[in-house]
Design a protein around this ligand. Structure first.
Ligand code: TUI
Length: 314
């Protein structure tokens, strides 16, 4: 059993959250991570409300431990996800890709723990003032929709500016990264990509294999020109995005190319033309293990590394 503000806040054994990944982070994944001592999170993404409600109920069946729901604020279904979080008293809600003011106003009076993902110091300060319980500082090494700053520079600046706990995300897939996050001032970690390759994750086997095959330069960021930069594994789809952006195609044309591609990558396993959102840490993911084993290994490795370096006088 670990101690500290993040475990206390979440009611978990480890100060670890599983990142919310649209089409990936369902009740099966969230339940497995929560049963393994972390905080599993269901990604509402663009899920229709009736499906999301079923996932919340499924997670309750799969685990007696706390779990979370992520509301993606760019989604047109975000208000429905918010009402479901309130209705089912989901213990922890994280938010992404926008300003969480309405979420905090609606859920804080109910006692929900609300943890926004932020990508800058200004956003972090604003959400602390609005009553957030903690923040997830997400560096641009992360997969999916990202900000501009790396985890290495974002986490220490946010930790210095805030009183509430900071959870580091982006680029973490091993015990070394967990320890580094704590060295930077974080009190918890969030990992997404690592959990794509856990046994309980229900994505297509081709997607898991693509993560395992990834090397240091295997991800690309597309959508810079539309203002929605997204990091994915490089494939024919990201190549096509790059071509469109090079010839300054309209936002509509660029966004049209992306329509339905996340589902075809994650569910159908189309690794050529599907969108395979993953972080740079994909290069460090080399096996498929049970979620509980991944979590245990991460913290055991972090402890080993700490012992090694503290004994060396460095
Ligand atoms: O949200 C994410 N990652 C995501 S969302 C997603 S679904 C999607 N699909 C296609 C296009 C766009 C999204 C895939 N991956 N991460 C958390 C995150 N939040 N990263 C950056 C931010 C963020 C950005 C702006 C948080 C707040 C913000 O502005 C807040 C404000 O103050 O206005």
């Amino acid at each position: 059993m670990r101690t500290g503000r993040v475990c206390e806040l979440l009611g978990t054994e480890y100060p670890l959250l599983q990142g919310a990944m649209a089409w990936v982070a369902n009740a099966a994944l969230a339940g497995a991570v929560s049963n393994g001592g972390g905080l599993g999170i269901i990604a509402a993404g663009n899920m229709p409300p009736d499906i999301l409600e079923q996932e919340i109920l499924k997670a309750r069946e799969l685990t007696d431990c706390p779990f979370g729901l992520n509301i993606m604020l760019l989604s047109p279904t975000a208000p429905d996800a918010l009402e479901l979080a309130a209705k089912h008293r989901v213990p922890v809600v994280t938010t992404g890709a926008g300003s969480p003011g309405t979420v905090l106003k609606r859920l804080k009076p109910l006692g929900t723990i609300v943890i926004p993902v932020v990508a800058s110091v200004a956003q972090a300060k604003r959400v602390e003032k609005q009553g957030a319980d903690a923040v997830i500082a997400e560096g641009m090494e992360a997969g999916g929709h990202i900000g501009e700053l790396t985890t290495m520079v974002l986490v220490p600046q946010i930790a210095a500016a805030l009183r509430i706990p900071v959870i580091a995300a982006g680029g973490i897939a091993e015990g070394r990264g967990v320890l580094a996050a704590f060295a930077l001032g974080a009190e918890g970690v969030q990992l997404g990509t690592r959990f794509i390759c856990c046994e309980e994750c229900t994505v297509h086997a081709n997607f898991k294999q693509a993560v395992i095959d990834a090397r240091d330069r295997s991800t690309a960021v597309t959508g810079m020109s539309t203002g929605h930069p997204v990091r994915c594994l490089r494939n024919r789809l990201t190549g096509e995005f790059e071509k469109l952006e090079e010839r300054h195609a309209s936002n509509e044309e660029i966004e049209r190319l992306g329509t339905g591609k996340l589902r075809s990558g994650v569910v159908d396993g189309d690794t050529e033309w599907g969108s395979l959102m993953a972080g740079q840490s994909a290069a460090m993911v080399n096996d498929i293990l049970p979620a509980a084993q991944i979590i245990k290994n991460l913290f055991a490795e972090a402890d080993e590394v700490l012992n090694r370096i503290s004994g060396s006088g460095r």
